[in-house]
Design a protein around this ligand. Structure first.
Ligand code: FES
Length: 172
C-alpha cells in the first residue's frame, strides 16, 4: 500500500514537472494525419528524452489514439524509451565476439561500481547501463560505447576506470 502511494506521488511529481506546451504544437501539426503515432512519439522523445506517461494520456485525450496502440509502437522500436535515462548511456556490447571475450564481466563491474542493475539509471541521473547487440567493432571486443566514443579490449577494471574519469570530469 505504502509503495503504491510512493509510486503515485512519484508519478504526480513527474507529471507536474513536464511542460506540454511544445508537444501541443506537434499535436496540432499532426492532428487528423494518417500515420501520426511515430512522428508524435519521436517528437516527445526529442522533447523529454523518454516517453512519460503524461504523453500517452495527452495524445489519447487530444487525438483519440489509444494508449495500447502507442505502447505497442513504443515497445516495438528501440528508439523509444519509457523511462528517463542518464546523461551518459553506457552501452555494453553483448554481441557474439564481445560475449566470447567476457562482456558479462564489464556489465558486472559497471553494476557494482554504479550500484544499479543493467538497464537502470543512477539516482543522480548521470549513468545508465544498457546491453546492446553488436556495435560493429568486433576486433576490439569486448567493447563499450559512451556517447559516440568506443572503448575496446576492456576488462572490468578498465571499464570502471573510464567511468571514474567521467565522474572526475563532471566535477570540474
Ligand atoms: S560483437 Fe561486440 S562489437 Fe561486434
Amino acid at each position: 500500500m505504502r509503495i503504491q502511494r510512493i509510486l503515485q506521488e512519484k508519478e504526480q511529481i513527474e507529471q507536474n514537472s513536464i511542460d506540454l506546451s511544445e508537444l501541443k504544437k506537434y499535436i496540432e501539426k499532426y492532428r487528423g494525419k494518417q500515420g501520426n503515432v511515430i512522428p508524435l512519439l519521436q517528437a516527445a522523445m526529442a522533447l523529454y528524452g523518454y516517453l512519460p506517461e503524461l504523453v500517452f494520456t495527452t495524445l489519447e485525450e487530444e487525438l483519440g489514439i489509444s494508449k495500447s496502440q502507442m505502447y505497442g509502437v513504443a515497445t516495438f522500436y528501440s528508439q523509444f524509451r519509457l523511462a528517463p535515462v542518464g546523461k551518459h548511456i553506457v552501452k555494453v556490447c553483448h554481441g557474439t565476439a564481445c560475449h566470447v571475450q567476457n562482456a558479462t564481466a564489464l556489465t558486472e563491474a559497471l553494476e557494482e561500481a554504479l550500484e544499479i542493475a543493467d538497464g537502470e539509471t543512477t539516482k543522480d541521473g548521470m549513468f545508465t547501463i544498457e546491453s546492446v547487440a553488436c556495435l560493429g567493432c568486433c576486433s576490439l571486443a569486448p567493447v563499450i560505447m559512451i556517447g559516440d566514443e568506443v572503448f575496446g579490449k576492456l576488462d572490468g577494471n578498465a571499464t570502471v576506470k573510464i567511468i571514474n574519469e567521467i565522474k572526475l570530469k563532471e566535477k570540474e
